[in-house]
Design a protein around this ligand. Structure first.
Ligand SMILES: [Zn+2]
Length: 296
């Protein structure tokens, strides 16, 4: 927890939902922990990335309720369902508005379309989710007079992603542009490489945050901006190197685990490896279908 005179923030890390199946090394398939941030003033508060399943919404909602603030807005960083399928439940429980950039809202509609092909095949307990998010003028809104700024950073783990900058806290809520102790989802970089993601990291760094909350983070770790930015860059550099030296997805998977033994979310590592090598080894194939199949 961190506070200024009038604003503070706190982070809740939800456990991954249950899942069947095993990874190539015998580990059970398990999604990544998912972090939501509550930015609060004396009376009001804003919540970010409210998670995916009904169980997660219950756990997060009880945590929010215990903070005893009036929840005005729920901000969604990007369109991936794990960050917002539960938004409607939280919005209804607290009477809050859901906000996002226009680009993210378009991506959310895309996730609704792919939901029966992907999310519902892998996870149970995802509530009915329609896109209720709205944009705000100039991508800015306020919390008790303090600016909250949605900053578009482009392609990271998906297209049209954004972060929330809270200048008065030196805070960036980074969604999946920056990771913290968790394997990064590289699948959607299988076409186009990591250049756009590196540019997005530069945009986050240019905001000069002291603290970064990542959409997927190990709750045992701190939120130091310099460290998380450096480690996110390093992870991409390592991925590029391993794509040159490893000939198979399993080789990439094993080599990453060797370099990052404490990182959580090995399911996402496996999906990333399957997508990167699947697209590379099948230039005649449909990349979107190859990436989708990597989840199943
Ligand atoms: Zn995510």
């Amino acid at each position: 927890m961190s506070t200024t005179a009038t604003l503070g923030y706190d982070v809740f890390v939800n456990e991954p939902p249950p899942q069947d199946g095993f990874l190539p090394n015998g580990d059970p398939k398990r999604f990544s922990p998912m972090a939501s941030t509550l930015i609060y003033g004396g009376e009001d508060a804003v919540l970010t990335d409210p998670g995916m399943t009904e169980d997660q919404a219950d756990a997060l909602g009880d945590w929010v309720a215990a903070r005893d603030r009036n929840l005005t807005d729920i901000f969604v960083t990007h369109g991936h369902g794990d960050h917002w399928f539960a938004a409607g439940l939280l919005a209804e429980r607290f009477g809050a508005r859901v906000v996002a950039t226009a680009g993210t809202i378009a991506q959310m509609h895309g996730s609704v379309a792919t939901r029966p092909l992907l999310w519902d095949k892998v996870y149970t307990g995802i509530p009915p989710a329609s896109v209720t998010a709205v944009t705000v003028p100039d991508n800015r809104f306020t919390l008790e007079g303090h600016d909250l700024v949605m900053v578009e950073v482009g392609h990271t783990d998906s297209d049209d992603t954004s972060v929330l900058h809270v200048p008065d806290l030196g805070l960036v809520v980074a969604g999946d542009s920056i990771y913290n102790g968790v394997h990064m989802y590289l699948g959607q970089s299988a076409v186009g490489g990591f250049g756009p993601w590196r540019a997005a990291i530069d945009k986050v760094e240019a905001l000069r945050p002291r603290h970064i909350v990542c959409g997927h983070q190990d709750k045992e770790l701190d939120d130091d901006a310099g460290r998380t930015i450096a480690q996110t860059r390093q992870y991409l550099d390592d991925a590029d190197e391993l794509l040159r030296t490893e000939t198979t997805a399993v080789g990439f998977f094993n080599a990453k685990i060797e370099r990052y033994p404490a990182y959580l979310g090995r399911l996402v590592l496996w999906v990333s490896a399957s997508s990167l090598y699947g697209v590379r080894d099948h230039p005649e194939g449909n990349p979107a279908q190859i990436i989708l199949n990597s989840w199943l």
